[in-house]
Design a protein around this ligand. Structure first.
Ligand code: EPZ
Length: 430
């Protein structure tokens, strides 16, 4: 199994191209199930999760062709992928596939809207929390679906004549359930109003793509989205938005090591709250013509408290990385996780590098230390694993991160991007 070996101590200087967002690409790919025409997505990142979803969509009848060009372009390592689902050949998403990636559960929306039925495995828990699916069930029921749970599967059936538009207010903000209700409502009869909708940029990206496919949607990016159902959707060409979590991760890496890096092809509006926290920690961040410039030249890393929240709050997907940064601050900081109940597995691993962190409920108290020391550590989930990389970049000596497959799910060419900026990072195979 591969490991990442990091020798700490180097500043980061140069350019890091930001890839297309994993969490936008996944629902966009799933939206291809809504039309018999071709949906072409540009700027699709080359990641394990994307490849896994390609396999899952193939199972439902989506024909996929990848434009081979992977050369470095202005905005990252772009790939263009064409998705064509002439017919849905299978409305079942089996456990073996759904259990590997939770987002594949989201096929339930388009399958139900276009084929009138779906049998989708319950995704089960995952390392960061229990992650139930009650909100999806209630939203689909509101659109008229009949839902039964049988042997670990959800059997969903649309009424004769298809799903029916409705008003539904989510009791809790959910990105995935918003994506699913949005996709399902595009082909429902009449008007759907989604209340307390997720406002994440990835929801807006999905809505923009659906609009390009002929859907009638207003309000995406606010907490109320209105959808007028249409009879059918057409193909479209859409560019996946830049990855705000990758952007924030590298910005934090530069804040940690010091240096001067341009994050190319990204935009501050995707992560204002996180950028503000990084600025308060001591980095200068400015917008440039090509993206964002992050600079920290000398000076200490200041302690900053953050609380995770749905967009536009501080993203839970950057919580572990920010904790990595705070391990070297000049004082005491507190990080509170409000989205997932078990997203602190990086704490034990950061402690192996010498970090001083104590947990009390959903809040971590981080006492900054003057130095970290390299050690073997284990990745436990995608974002936790990259927090260990950030810490490893300043730890004295060698840090090896095992279970690198977690990183490969969401960070495109991580070691290449960091190495080009002067870090000593390499992938080693046993
Ligand atoms: C998306 O997950 C992202 N995944 C996650 O990123 C991200 O952490 C999360 O949104 C929050 O921003 C993708 O986009 C592929 P939610 P999602 O439904 O949609 C609870 C990463 O590292 N909930 O917004 O699954 C849930 O348990 C990943 O890239 C219910 O209670 O998250 C959580 O506490 C990890 N019932 C909260 O809502 C439900 O039916 C928010 O989860 C659904 C969710």
């Amino acid at each position: 199994m591969d490991r990442i070996r990091i020798t700490g101590g180097n500043e980061l200087n140069g350019i890091i191209p930001i890839s297309g967002a994993k969490n936008a690409a996944l629902p966009l790919m799933i939206a291809s199930l809504l039309t018999d025409d071709t949906l072409t997505l540009e700027n699709v990142p080359h990641l394990a999760d994307v490849e896994q979803l390609i396999r899952i969509l193939g199972n439902h009848g989506v024909d996929i062709s990848v434009n081979g060009r992977r050369e470095r372009q202005g905005e990252g390592y772009s790939r263009t992928v064409h998705f064509t689902c002439r017919n849905i050949v299978d409305t079942t998403a089996p456990y073996e596939l759904v259990s590997k990636m939770r987002a594949s559960f989201w096929v339930i929306g388009p399958l139900l809207a276009r084929a009138g039925q779906a049998r989708v495995s319950l995704p089960g828990g995952c390392a960061i929390g229990t992650r139930p699916v009650d909100l999806f069930i209630e939203a689909l029921k509101a659109l008229g679906a009949t839902i039964e749970i049988d042997s670990g599967y959800i059997n969903a059936t649309a009424p004769k004549g298809g799903l029916v538009g409705a008003r539904y207010v989510f009791p809790k903000v959910s990105v995935g359930a918003t994506h699913v209700m949005l996709m399902a409502a595009t082909l429902a009869r009449g008007t759907t109003i989604i209340g307390n909708a997720a406002r994440e940029p990835e929801v807006v990206d999905l809505a923009n793509c659906l609009i390009a496919m002929g859907a009638k949607i207003t309000g995406a990016g606010t907490s109320e989205i209105t959808i007028e159902g249409v009879d059918s959707l057409s193909g479209a060409r859409h560019r996946v938005l830049p990855d705000r979590i990758e952007t924030g991760t590298y910005a934090m890496a530069v804040a940690m090591t010091g240096g001067d890096v341009v994050l190319e092809g990204t935009s501050a509006r995707l992560l204002e709250t996180a950028l503000e926290a990084i600025r308060r920690a001591g980095a200068e961040i400015t917008e440039t013509e090509t993206g964002l410039r992050v600079v920290r030249k000398g000076g200490e890393i200041r302690p900053v408290d953050v609380v995770t929240d749905p967009f536009p709050g501080f993203p839970t997907d950057l919580q572990a990385q920010f904790m990595g940064l705070m391990t070297r601050s000049s004082g005491v900081s507190h990080i509170t996780e409000t989205i997932f109940e078990n997203r602190f597995m990086h704490v034990q691993e950061l402690a192996r590098l010498g970090a001083k962190i104590s947990l009390s409920g959903q809040t971590a108290k981080i006492e900054g230390v003057p130095r970290l020391r390299g050690a073997p550590v284990m990745a436990t989930d995608l974002r936790a694993s990259v927090s260990l990389v950030i810490a490893g970049l300043v730890a004295e000596g060698e840090t090896t991160v095992s279970r690198v497959y977690h990183l490969d799910r969401g960070f495109e060419r991580l070691e290449e991007k960091l190495t080009r900026c002067g870090a000593l990072v390499e992938r080693v195979s046993d």
